[in-house]
Write a protein that binds this ligand. Structure first.
Ligand SMILES: [Zn+2]
Length: 252
């Protein structure tokens, strides 16, 4: 779990906005946090949920030490519900089950929070159920919807949410995430320079064509440095190999 202070380094505008709302005690009934993969949607939702349940803080940060914080961190808070796709979509039954939970008051207090990950994967029926739910907000219920594709959500759902837009990751942040994922520093630097999004950069690591082309390119550069007089011959042969691999790859 990360504190807002840490998340602010990556998403300064979004986190400042949330902290301001918390400090002014203006918590919305529903938030829609949207941004590319890797932009910390889930981490921001976790920290927001922590802060909403934490009873031992007077700042925008959760204390991370109290009973409520510890229960959220361990995934065992009875009044925090986390919905994820069941297979390829979020189904109507999942939203109905959530609604049944909310008929009753919170177990510990009246505060209840639900998070819907990949909210754009809700079926039409699930979206309509959720819309009904959002139309009847209770005072201490907070919905947090997460998505990488907010355009896929119903306009009527979006209009009921406070929108929190996350900015794309910087090249440096992608590089750091790739290294944390076990990719070497050298490759992480190359991947982030080529791919603008984290998922695309990770995919390059799995790409055999890319690995082969990179190997040939390293050979080519090495040979050009060692034998500059043979530049034309080398470019013609190794360069053509790379092109051939590329063409084969594209034609598959
Ligand atoms: Zn706490």
């Amino acid at each position: 779990m990360q504190r807002f202070e840490e998340l602010e380094q990556i998403q300064p505008v979004a986190v400042k906005m949330l902290k301001k709302m918390i400090n002014h005690n203006r918590i919305a009934h529903a938030y829609l946090i949207h941004g590319d993969p890797g932009t910390k949607k889930r981490a921001i939702a976790e920290t927001l949920a922590l802060r909403l349940f934490c009873r031992e803080t007077e700042t925008a940060e959760p204390c991370l030490q109290c009973r409520d914080c510890k229960r959220v961190i361990s995934g065992n808070h009875p009044d925090l519900h986390w919905i994820k796709p069941d297979g390829l979509s979020i189904k109507k039954e999942q939203i109905e089950a959530l609604q049944r939970e909310f008929i009753y008051s919170g177990v510990e207090s009246n505060r209840k929070v639900y998070v819907i990950e990949d909210a754009d994967l809700m079926t039409v029926n699930a979206s309509n159920r959720l819309l009904k739910f959002l139309e009847e907000p209770s005072q201490e219920t907070t919905a947090i919807l997460l998505t990488k594709n907010q355009q896929q959500l119903l306009d009527t759902i979006r209009s009921r949410c406070q929108m929190i837009a996350l900015r794309p990751l910087s090249g440096k942040a992608i590089e750091t995430a790739l290294i944390e994922d076990g990719i070497t520093k050298e490759n992480a630097r190359i991947f982030q320079a080529i791919a603008p999004q984290l998922e695309e950069a990770k995919a390059l690591n799995q790409d055999e064509w890319f690995a082969e082309a990179r190997k040939l390119m390293v050979q080519l550069v090495g040979m050009l440095i060692d034998k500059p007089q043979e530049r034309c011959y080398l470019l013609k042969n190794i360069g053509c190999n790379i092109l051939t691999i590329g063409i084969n790859c594209c034609s598959v």
